[in-house]
Write a protein that binds this ligand. Structure first.
Ligand code: LLP
Length: 391
């Protein structure tokens, strides 16, 4: 199916984020179809997109919530996720954030250091509660993705290094308010070479056996997120291959009877359903290149500027002869560039330009740099009535 804009798009002020909720439904259903028969639980990583209408859909499809801040925990609660379906990860949880999550009695804290365990124990004691914890381990597995979004290497700040695990376990034994329920790992994002998930599974198997040898049984394994999407083909590959992803864990992760396995997917669930819609402000022809200057910039979608990421860019208004353009935003930074030497039909002021696959890590990473106003979110498809909080 090729992409089209809703009939009223031309009448709307730009830029705006456009979300296709029917595609989101299909994507969530496909993920659940692959996960459920394997008794794997998908927790949606709110960090990818935390808009209430999106979260409402996620909840309707029965996914849990993976949160990385107190505000995300709060948003998950506000949009109706049950506390037992919420996990809280993050390398730097503040006391206030921990207290909020403790008070809500969420299912699990993914703890990233011994010091964090000590603080969690103290805060839980003050609330007269016990907290369930999973230890986030750093498995030292290379996800072969952009170095900014690789998280499972020894050089990264995340998780507990395997060589420190024995010490952390000794410490945990002295912390009466904490109950060890499992291990957690997340090795990176936009992973397209699925074989790294086999490597991760084998590492987790080793850690599990090592823990069992020390008398710890784990009711819960959390393998993180990271499944990548096809940024080049958002129409033909709109729904990622969840079957292939879950099959990797099926084949390589050693599960104990009754053990719960969680995955924390973000991007693969929401990226393809979101689009940045913008207008051409000016076309500037320089000696070297043609610039198509948009009214959207890195303030609406920072991924190209921050990671050099590719997003498909399409002119929805013109059918003229094809030419090359550098597609840039209005922000006072040279990195405010969505794509160089992009082939588009002849482009003029006022043309509508879409930047695809922007549903994940787009709106959530928006800023008001240059005092820009927040772009609006527009939804195609029914916004469910259960939305409690307006975004
Ligand atoms: N779990 C943990 C602990 C994470 O750190 C992340 C993402 C996820 C799950 C979800 O991963 P996903 O399925 O979305 O790959 N802003 C970057 C991506 C940063 C990802 C951070 N962690 C980007 O735009 O590419």
């Amino acid at each position: 199916m090729s992409f089209s804009l809703p009939a009223d798009a031309a009448a709307r002020p730009t830029p705006f984020y456009l979300y296709d909720l029917a595609l989101l439904d299909r994507t969530l259903a496909a993920a659940q179809q692959a996960a459920r028969p394997r008794a794997m639980h998908v927790h949606y990583a709110l960090k990818a997109n935390a808009n209430a209408p999106i979260l409402d859909r996620v909840r309707q499809h029965d996914l849990g919530a993976d949160c990385v801040s107190g505000a995300e925990v709060q948003r998950a609660l506000d949009t109706g996720f049950a506390p037992q379906d919420i996990v809280f990860a993050g390398v730097g949880k503040s006391d206030a954030e921990i207290n909020r999550a403790l008070a809500a009695d969420i299912w699990c804290f993914n703890a990233e250091s011994g010091e964090e365990l000590v603080v969690l124990n103290e805060l839980a004691a003050a609330q007269n509660r016990r907290a369930r914890v999973a230890l986030r381990i750093n498995p030292n597995v290379d996800a072969h993705t952009h170095h900014y979004i690789t998280t499972g290497l020894d050089a990264n700040k995340f998780g507990i290094g395997l060589s420190d695990l024995a010490e952390v376990l000794d410490l945990l034994a002295t912390l009466p308010q904490l109950e060890l329920v499992g291990i957690h790992a997340h090795i990176g994002s936009q992973i397209t070479n699925l074989s790294v998930f086999a490597v991760l599974s084998r590492k987790l198997n080793e850690v599990q056996t090592w823990l069992e040898d020390r008398g710890h049984t784990l009711p819960h394994l959390n393998v993180g997120g990271g499944l990548g999407i096809d940024y080049h083909n958002p129409d033909t590959q709109a729904v990622p291959d969840f079957e292939a992803y879950f099959r990797m864990f099926d084949q390589h992760l050693e599960r104990r009877p009754g053990q719960q396995v969680h995955v924390e997917l973000g991007r693969s669930l929401v990226a393809q359903c979101g689009t940045v819609v913008s207008r051409v402000l000016y076309v500037k022809r320089s000696q070297q290149t043609n610039f198509a200057i948009l009214d959207a910039g890195m303030t609406e979608l920072i991924r190209p500027a921050l990671y050099g990421s590719y997003h498909l860019i399409q002119n929805m208004s013109s059918t003229g002869s094809r030419q090359l353009y550098d597609v840039v935003g209005p922000i006072c930074e040279s990195s405010d560039t969505f794509g160089r030497e992009v082939t588009m039909p002849e482009t003029r002021r006022g043309d509508l330009i879409v930047i695809r696959s922007a549903g994940a890590y787009g709106e959530v990473m928006a800023s008001n740099y240059n005092l820009r106003e927040k772009a609006e979110a527009v939804y195609i498809g029914e916004v469910l009535s259960g939305v409690k909080q307006k975004v």
